[in-house]
Ligand binder design. Sequence first.
Ligand SMILES: Cc1cc2nc3c(=O)[nH]c(=O)nc-3n(C[C@H](O)[C@H](O)[C@H](O)COP(=O)(O)OP(=O)(O)OC[C@H]3O[C@@H](n4cnc5c(N)ncnc54)[C@H](O)[C@@H]3O)c2cc1C
Length: 373
Amino acid sequence: MPSYTAPVKDMMFLFEKLRDNKNYNELEKYNEVSADLVKDILEEAAKINQNLILPLAKAGDENPAVLENGVVRTPPGYKEAYQKYIEDGWTSLSCDPKYGGQGMPKTVSAFFDEMLSSASLSFKLYSELSIGAYNCINHHASNEIKDKYLPKIVEGKWSGTMCLTEPVCGTDLGLLKTKAVKQSDDTYKISGQKIFITSGDHDLTENIIHLVLARSTDSPAGTKGISLFLVPKYIVNEDGSVGQRNGISTGSIETKMGIKGSATCVLNFDEATGYMIGTKDKGLSAMFTMMNLERIVVGIQGLGISEIAYQNSLAYAKERKQGKTNNSKSTNGADFIIEHADIRRSLLNMKSIIEGERALCFWLSQQTEVSLY
Ligand SMILES: Cc1cc2nc3c(=O)[nH]c(=O)nc-3n(C[C@H](O)[C@H](O)[C@H](O)COP(=O)(O)OP(=O)(O)OC[C@H]3O[C@@H](n4cnc5c(N)ncnc54)[C@H](O)[C@@H]3O)c2cc1C
């Protein structure tokens, strides 16, 4: 199993030295977020990632998510770890206290995202899109929808997805075929197929809230006729409880080279009940609230993977002996490969790129709160 120590010291260096940003400093809500508080959070985050989440990476690779009798089962250990993860409140880190969140800056949740990506990217993906869905609903939905769905998403009891890609479109979403038919009660019946849907189905949460791009029957062709719909796996009753199953089924799990613990699903929508989010035909731009943040978070995934790769490369270079250097101190046998100048150069190259990536991710996370909306 790979080893991992969360780079809390490097993260705190950024938090203390790069935090000063004129526009950012004007965000009063973060004036109370002291370095000591952030350090305490990151030290707790390090513990859960190093001790509980890291072992899930191997478990997920060896026992991929499976589709059994129409239900997606996550790898062994995921359910227990997810329960602890939500009990400790990690899904709610940067969410609005109004919906049960902890109101931490996105820079802090970005550090947490990096740790989680290092520890187990597959496990991370089950909550990553929930936060994306939270942001999108929070910015575009009516208060009624926000009050009904956000507290459960923030708590981690319900998860979220983003459903854009279809068999006939990925890059060019203007061609999408998923259809939305308006009903007399202002809800819609959604029909079509979505593919490559991250965490499209799983057994970790009691409900899954899909954010689906679809075309209303009276909308124009192309990107100007796409609307955004909230389509829950289970219909939510008036009192907020989980009701009957909606018309959504999992066709299959996509075959992937890696992140096998993450269920990337083909989803079939058969007259599923959906609720329009935001303005009709402006769904693509509403979805971009989620996608713009997702782009940064996917960058952070790369950072997390790079960090754990670096840490394990360094450890290996200190234990593997091979060849003799010109200044060899070894009297019999080979030197550790870290003694070779080119290996040290490679490791330093990795480390400097990672530190640059981390600083960029920190800055981008600040910018989302200063200038995105
Ligand atoms: C692990 C994983 C998870 C995913 N999760 C989600 C998810 O949660 N929700 C979701 O909706 N989607 C998801 N996707 C799908 C992803 O967003 C799409 O793969 C992406 O939008 C690209 O679409 P595509 O794969 O259909 O590529 P295509 O559109 O088929 O493009 C294939 C290639 O052709 C190129 N190309 C396309 N059009 C042109 C053109 N006009 N000119 C020149 N080159 C062109 C593209 O750049 C690309 O290199 C996921 C994919 C993966 C692999």
